[in-house]
Design a protein around this ligand. Structure first.
Ligand SMILES: [Zn+2]
Length: 194
């Protein structure tokens, strides 16, 4: 296990490597600040910060909900190839099992946040989120399907290297979203309107 003092020392060395003087006034607190920021940005490695995903039995509110539920929001993550930010929007949908459970809506964005707070590639990020939400709904009467689409701008492509703007889109589809084009198209039609 690396100590905080050792980590600070490494950051100082990196600052020196880029041609800086880590001891000048403006940079004296920088290693410490960066470590604090890392704790927040990379909390996705800390199991104790894993969001508790509330679910409710379908039908609890007097109605068995078997239509599509769609949620959308934003995400911020860090690419594992360059340690640069990638960020954008996500759209999530699922079809609850009439005999299963439904998700507390705010939990979806919390799971997106948690899985984003690690070094990631966008292809794995969609998968991680869907896996965690599927697991939360239990295997006894699992949801009939889940869909997640993420569109991200990657700073490693825009601010360096290729220096081209553009978004990357990744999807993870399970169950009926994968097998039934009609369900998939319904999901995609919501994205155009959101
Ligand atoms: Zn990258």
């Amino acid at each position: 296990m690396i100590t905080e003092a050792q980590a600070e020392q490494h950051i100082k060395e990196l600052l020196e490597y880029i041609g800086e003087d880590p001891n000048r006034t403006g940079l004296q607190q920088t290693p410490e600040r960066m470590l604090r920021m890392f704790k927040e940005m990379f909390r996705g490695y800390d199991e104790s910060q894993k969001p508790v995903i509330t679910t409710f039995p379908n039908g609890q509110d007097g109605i068995i909900y078997d239509n599509m539920v769609v949620d959308a929001g934003t995400f911020y993550s860090v690419c594992e190839h360059h340690c640069r930010t990638f960020f954008g929007e996500y759209w999530f949908a699922y079809l609850p099992n009439p005999k299963g459970r439904i998700l507390g809506l705010s939990k979806i964005s919390r799971v997106v946040d948690y899985c984003s707070s690690r070094l990631q590639v966008q292809e794995r990020l969609v998968h991680d989120v869907v896996e965690m939400l599927t697991e939360a709904l239990g295997s006894e009467n699992p949801p009939l399907g889940m869909a997640l689409m993420m569109r991200g701008r990657h700073m490693c492509k825009e601010s360096r290297g290729a220096k081209k703007t553009g978004v990357m889109t990744t999807t993870c589809l399970t169950g009926t979203f994968r097998s039934n084009p009609q369900t998939r198209n319904e999901f995609l039609s919501y994205i155009d309107k959101l």
